[in-house]
Structure formats: structure tokens, C-alpha cells
Write a protein that binds this ligand. Sequence first.
Ligand SMILES: [Fe+2]
Length: 90
Amino acid sequence: MLGEVLNYAQSHFDAEETYMKKIGYPDLDEHIKQHKKLSHVLSAYKSDFNNNKINLFAFKNFLFVWVKDHIMDEDIKIGRYIKDSEKHLD
Ligand SMILES: [Fe+2]
């Protein structure tokens, strides 16, 4: 399951970064930094898992925080930027 989470996260990050570049998203660099940070933490959890050292409670909390803080705050900003851009085209 951890491998699937990692693969999903990486493909999500790649697709999102490609899209942000395409639309000229102004906070692209900062968003990419956050993705890299999240990827690093996920890789560390995978390594811990492979070494039988993973703290599942901490991993669960990390996933919750990722969903709450990154997806619900940062990724939503991309949607807002698109909406605002469309308003300016009217
Ligand atoms: Fe993102």
C-alpha cells in the first residue's frame, strides 16, 4: 500500500506541476518545493517500512496533514487562480 501511495503521489505531483506550468501559475516554484518536501517524507516512510521501523500512527497523521494542508489549502489555490483568470477574460 505504501508503494501505491508513493506512486500515486508522484503521478499526482507530476500532473499537477505540468498543469501549473501550462496555465502560468504564479506560485509554481513554491508549490514544487512543497511537492519535493512531501516526496522526501514519503520516501523516508517507505524506507522506514522496508526496515521494519515505520511508525504507522505517525504515517497516518502525515497523510491526514498532507490531505488537509496541501490538497485542501495549496491545491485549492490553483483552482482559485483559474477562476480568477477566467473572470479577467470576461
Ligand atoms: Fe499540489
